[in-house]
Design a protein around this ligand. Structure first.
Ligand code: ZN
Length: 288
């Protein structure tokens, strides 16, 4: 299977779904990760902190040079983090994250990427996060959907064959399954598929820690964020750590599947189920 992850920022390529991607790579599937924006303006330690205050002392040339330098640092950190999961096919679309909105040119770029990668499955963000129209993750999810539709058609500016994506999975983060903004009220994501990532949670912690340019090396941060995100999702289904997805299209078969884990939830030993979620492995991972 060919899988394409379309992420808003470089770190989203692995912190939302890295454990799942690791399993797919182990299964022999090909994974391509793409980040739409550079993620410099909101996440980068130097750019964000320097440019929040008056920076009229800097020439345009100095600003451009600083942006280029910091982009290199961020991309190299993201590549090192992805490598921990075995992901080596990484694409950066280099979009400046000053204003991210759904535009025809961005949709064409995403469609071109899809025609090139030919994914069976696209993993992207829930398209209704927070205010739904300026939130980078939400806009990325919308761009991915528009790109999928465009890739199915022919483009006279892109001579690659048209490609139809089979399935879409939204990688769900805690901001998606609550409704904090009036504009996304009623649009909170419903997780309808969980991946047990307890076996690779140490990689998740180490990967997050790689993003030093966005301060993720603050002692304890990588461990804590993994506990409260993947640990919380895991507790919902009685595993130590999980990644949550919302699958866009109903799956098709001749039988209705019921997983062994679902049977265990129904009939398992309550003490053993509680023991499973009481595993605090992420908090114990040594980063440096
Ligand atoms: Zn992000």
């Amino acid at each position: 299977m060919n899988i394409l992850v379309i992420a808003g920022h470089p770190a989203d390529m692995f912190d939302h779904c890295g454990g799942t991607l690791y399993h797919h790579i182990q299964n022999g599937d090909h994974v391509t990760c793409a980040a739409i924006t550079q993620g410099l303006r909101i996440h980068d330690e130097v750019i964000y902190d320097r440019f929040r205050n008056d920076f009229s002392d800097l020439s345009q040339e100095e600003i451009d040079q600083l942006i280029q330098e910091r982009q290199k640092v961020k991309y190299s950190e993201a590549c090192s983090a992805c490598k921990l999961f075995g992901i080596t096919d990484i694409r950066f679309l280099d979009y400046d994250d000053e204003i991210l909105t759904v535009t025809a040119s961005m949709i064409s770029k995403v469609a071109k990427l899809i025609r090139d990668v030919k994914p069976d499955l696209v993993i992207t963000h829930w398209p209704y996060q927070d205010d739904t129209f300026s939130n980078h993750h939400a806009v990325t999810g919308q761009l991915a959907l528009a790109g999928i539709t465009a890739a199915h058609g022919v483009s006279f500016n892109d001579k690659q064959a048209a490609w139809n994506v089979s399935q879409v999975a939204y990688m769900i983060c805690p901001a998606d399954y609550r409704s904090d903004c009036l504009t996304n009220k009623g649009k909170a994501a419903y997780i309808n598929y969980y991946v047990d990532v307890s076996d690779v949670v140490d990689l998740k912690v180490k990967a997050i820690y790689e993003m030093k340019s966005q301060k993720y090396d603050v002692p304890g941060y990588a461990q804590k964020t993994t506990e409260v995100w993947n640990g919380n999702l895991g507790a919902r289904i009685r595993v130590a750590y999980a990644e949550g997805f919302a699958i866009e299209y109903p799956e098709i078969g001749k039988l209705i599947p019921v997983s062994d884990h679902r049977k265990m939830l129904a009939h398992g030993n309550e003490r053993e189920l509680l023991e499973a979620i009481s595993d605090y492995r992420a908090i114990q991972v040594k980063t440096e």
